[in-house]
Design a protein around this ligand. Structure first.
Ligand SMILES: Nc1ncnc2c1ncn2[C@@H]1O[C@H](COP(=O)(O)OP(=O)(O)OP(=O)(O)O)[C@@H](O)[C@H]1O
Ligand SMILES: [Mg+2]
Length: 210
């Protein structure tokens, strides 16, 4: 089993979007996939429930319940944990017990970068991260590569001290598909493929831990 924790203290950075798209990618690839939602907002849980019967299912687990891990089927191959905004380091530490890697989505704006830097500094002090037991990867999200904001943001994300493993473009496709309980890996259109290509380096990085 590969277990991914997706976290950042900043709201709206794309945690649930990333969680849903990774879950869809794994499910489409034939992996038994569970998505644990530790956010009382329930975005990821609702996404699992919206997922149509025609696409490979993702098991949604309510991670706000104590002992949620006891409900995990033993044949689970991919576990993704989505987390709420404002998560504290102690809460990250508790969830790291269930994770092989930590993925942090970051938006390329000043407020987001400041928050991400503070979050990463705090997370870097957690024993599992400090000792290198749980590697951290960054994902630049909502990128508009033709803009100066995104270009400069990318430089600052690269300076955050962890590998930048994927750059996702800003596209309404992510919001539209989220509403349908789907992700970019559920489609074969040219547009879907270009977003799949953006996620490919992250999937490759995750494979190292399989
Ligand atoms: N690459 C993207 N392009 C366009 N819109 C995006 C992208 N990623 C996320 N969004 C949109 O940004 C908003 C916030 O994304 P999302 O809910 O995934 O963030 P979050 O980090 O889970 O937020 P929260 O902290 O509230 O849980 C949503 O409306 C989502 O559709
Ligand atoms: Mg969310």
């Amino acid at each position: 089993m590969v277990r991914l924790l997706i976290a950042s203290s900043k709201g709206g950075s794309g945690k649930s979007t990333l969680a849903a798209n990774l879950a869809a990618a794994f499910a489409v690839a034939g992996k038994n996939t569970a998505l644990v939602d530790t956010d009382p907002q329930g975005s990821s849980l609702h996404w699992c429930q919206r997922r149509p019967d025609l696409v490979p299912g993702v098991l949604g687990i309510d991670g706000t319940r104590r002992h949620w891990d006891r409900g995990l089927p033993p044949d689970t191959q991919r576990l993704i944990i989505d987390t709420p905004a404002g998560i504290r380091p102690a809460e990250v530490e508790a969830l790291l017990e269930h994770a092989d890697v930590l993925i942090v989505p970051v938006l390329p704006s000043a407020f987001d970068l400041e928050a991400a830097a503070a979050f990463l500094a705090a997370v870097g002090e957690l024993p599992r991260v400090r000792r290198g037991k749980v590697p951290v990867a960054l994902v630049a999200n909502r990128m508009k590569p033709w803009t100066r904001l995104s270009q400069e943001g990318l430089e600052r994300i690269r300076a955050l001290g962890h590998p930048l493993v994927a750059e996702l473009r800003d596209s309404s496709a992510y919001a539209v598909l989220a509403g349908l309980g789907k992700g970019v890996f559920d489609y074969e259109s040219e547009q879907a493929r270009s977003h799949q290509d953006s996620l490919a380096p992250l999937l490759k990085w995750i494979k190292k831990f399989a």
